[in-house]
Design a binder for this molecule. Structure first.
Ligand code: ADP
Ligand code: ZN
Length: 291
């Protein structure tokens, strides 16, 4: 089978052609500017390739409720030009109504990780992206979790760490998880881009505190068998041991499982070389042909 994959991001659209084995045969990147400018280029890439289906893993918030009249639309994004844009419909009508699978970017990533990556064969696993924004994709009982809309882990309330008086950067909540721990939050707090702060231990101690709080909440609420951390900020590998240690401190032996006893294998980096989004979109395409 030949599938199209679109990882639709707020800054770039990664378009690829691949197959059911997750192999990417061809790929291109198109800047995300306005729908009028960007989408014709995206459609041009997929056109005339005799695809069996296309999968879209899309930035949010996005309507992933199949029964909804606005299924496949981007919702209330700060990127004004894309607000209410019918992403799924545009792809489907632009490509002669071929099957199109559609989900959030992070659900795409966790789908790729359970199919080919660090969470292979698990039924319950989560993928976090910690980058410009913070999001989480969830496989629960073997299925992608949507629920009422989709999880919005980036906006959970944080307990502010002692003596931390940073006001946060979330326009809606100030000091929520994303407001305190996203890439832009690090930059605002410390006055430098996160990637130029790797020598400063205080930055990563505090960052790990907030990430560990969120992970502990997710461990209690969803009971995942594996937690995968991706996104630009997680390129700071020194975060991993700090986060693991703080999660164990937060849990304080309240849960005792083989996973937590081997925490280095429980809280792990994304495993697919930053291809998890586009590979997840391939899997979404395959799932669309089975429906
Ligand atoms: P996006 O979330 O926009 O899709 P990324 O996941 O790459 O893209 O996240 C971008 C954010 O991650 C920026 O705020 C940037 O400062 C931060 N970032 C990117 N690379 C690194 C790095 N090596 N170390 C720390 N932060 C990084
Ligand atoms: Zn928020």
């Amino acid at each position: 089978m030949l599938y199209g994959a679109l990882e639709a991001g707020g800054t770039k659209m990664i378009c690829a052609i691949g197959n059911e084995y997750g192999q990417i045969l061809e790929q291109t990147t198109i800047p995300t500017t306005t729908p009028d400018e960007t989408m014709p280029q995206v459609l041009d890439f997929f056109k005339d390739k005799e695809l069996d289906a296309v999968g879209v893993a899309c930035f949010g918030p996005v309507d992933v409720r199949k029964s909804s009249s606005t299924y496949g639309n981007i919702l209330n994004t700060p990127k004004i030009a894309w607000r209410n844009f019918p992403m799924l419909k545009t792809i489907k009508t632009g490509l002669n109504n071929i099957p199109v699978g559609f989900d959030t970017d992070v659900n795409g990533a966790i789908l790729a990780e359970v199919t080919w990556g660090a969470a292979k064969n698990l039924t319950d696993a989560v993928y976090f992206t910690i980058g410009t924004g913070i999001g989480m994709g969830v496989i629960s009982g073997g299925n992608l979790l949507h629920g009422m809309l989709h999880p919005e882990i980036g906006h959970i309330k944080m307990s502010v760490v002692h003596n931390d008086d940073f006001a946060g950067v979330c326009p809606s909540h100030g000091t929520c998880f994303e407001g305190m721990a996203s890439g832009p939050a690090i930059e605002k707090r410390w006055g430098k881009s996160a990637k130029d702060l790797n020598e400063n231990n205080d930055v990563w101690e505090l960052e790990a505190d907030y990430i560990a709080q969120a992970l502990t909440t997710v461990i209690y609420a969803l009971s995942p068998q594996k937690i995968i951390l991706g996104g630009g900020v997680m390129h700071q590998k020194q975060l991993f041991p700090l986060i693991r240690e703080k999660v164990l401190e937060d849990i304080n032996n309240y849960i005792d499982t083989k996973e937590l006893r081997n925490i280095a294998n429980y809280i792990v980096p994304a495993s697919l070389n930053d291809k998890q989004g586009v590979m997840g979109a391939l899997k979404l395409a395959e799932m669309a042909t089975e429906e």
